[in-house]
Design a protein around this ligand. Structure first.
Ligand SMILES: Cc1cc2nc3c(=O)[nH]c(=O)nc-3n(C[C@H](O)[C@H](O)[C@H](O)COP(=O)(O)OP(=O)(O)OC[C@H]3O[C@@H](n4cnc5c(N)ncnc54)[C@H](O)[C@@H]3O)c2cc1C
Length: 304
């Protein structure tokens, strides 16, 4: 359970209030505001605030005086044109602010995306909760034999049980020591900023994360992708769902041109042209390395 009853009550109270504004709002996003959507075993994603909608992208692109939406089809077409031609700054006019609760090892991957504004829960000031990410049994996978940066089939039987036991016991023992060190009962109590150093990377942290739509889509392109680690991918997929409701035209263009599209190198494009003319092209005659050819075949054959 990621939220305490008090936290739930705070969110309900916030959702019960409404404010009138002259600013544009996105009906699709209003329904999600403040709600915590669970991710992993103790994590969540929730929208704290947002600015702009599809019309704001159009308005910025046209530098117009009005709301932007005059002809719905033109607006969608313009957004698709902007996405197709990497005209990115109109997408930067929309902003999203999220509250995210996530394991520290996921946060380390996430924070590499430098084009966002972050404020993290302070473990110098506050005591961390006893909450650790323990993978579901089907996510407890073996090291991949083909990809050093990936995982293979799920661990089975006694090995799976032993790994789960180790993860749980280590987390609990470290937290017991953490509590023991910071306790001020009968001792001075170690500073929180020092005591936290023995906590494992599967402990949960929280942050507020604000980013513009252009850089958010870049994040989602990389982290909702099948190559991303499962534990960050599930957060990205949850955010994709929110973005699809917030800016439906922009999200559809993103799905079509970024997530579902592919970049072809000049040699790869030349191969496609030769194939269309009926030539049988192989890796040896393609001018591409084995790795490039493998990836090219992946693009041409589609998902397995
Ligand atoms: C599948 C996967 C595997 C990865 N493996 C590793 C790994 O093994 N080791 C590792 O260290 N990282 C790894 N990363 C992280 C990756 O290298 C990037 O750091 C991360 O994805 C952030 O991307 P970004 O820099 O484009 O994003 P952002 O920091 O959000 O930047 C967005 C864009 O802004 C521009 N930009 C931002 N800051 C600068 C700057 N200072 N100078 C110039 N341009 C800038 C760039 O165009 C950049 O693409 C991996 C990422 C993925 C998705």
């Amino acid at each position: 359970m990621p939220l305490s009853p008090d936290q739930k009550a705070e969110i309900d109270a916030q959702r019960a209030q409404s404010h009138s504004t002259l600013r544009a709002t996105a009906a699709g996003m209003e329904q999600h505001l403040y709600t915590a959507y669970p991710v992993l075993d103790h994590g969540f994603v929730r929208v704290i605030d947002y600015m702009g909608d599809d019309a704001a992208i159009v308005q910025a692109a046209r530098v117009s005086y009005g709301a932007g939406t005059k002809h719905v089809q033109n607006d969608e077409g313009l957004i698709r044109y902007l996405m197709r031609h990497w005209h990115s700054t109109p997408f930067e006019m929309c902003e999203l602010k999220l509250h995210v609760k996530l394991p520290v090892f996921v946060a380390r991957q996430w924070i590499r995306h430098r084009t966002a504004n972050v404020n993290e829960y302070s473990a110098r000031y506050s005591i961390l909760d006893r909450e650790f990410y323990i993978p579901a049994p089907d996510m407890l996978a073996a090291q991949s034999t083909t990809n050093n940066q990936g995982r293979g089939a799920a661990l089975e039987g006694e090995e799976a049980q032993r790994v789960l036991r180790i993860l749980t016991e280590d987390a609990m023992r470290c937290y017991d020591h953490y509590e023991g060190m910071i306790s001020q009962e009968g001792q001075q109590g170690l500073a929180r900023e020092l005591a936290r150093m023995n906590l494992p990377a599967n402990i949960y942290t929280q942050w507020y994360w604000k980013v513009d739509l252009h850089n958010l889509l870049h994040f989602l392109r990389l982290r909702a992708d099948a190559h991303a680690q499962y534990e960050i991918r599930v957060y990205a997929e949850e955010i994709c769902r929110l973005v699809a409701d917030w800016v439906p035209y922009a999200y559809k263009a993103f799905e079509d041109y970024r997530m579902g599209g592919a970049n072809l190198s000049a040699p790869a494009l030349e191969c496609v042209r030769r194939m269309l003319k009926g030539e049988v092209v192989t890796q040896e005659t393609s001018g591409m390395s084995k790795g490039e050819w493998r990836e090219f075949e992946g693009v041409m054959n589609g998902p397995a």
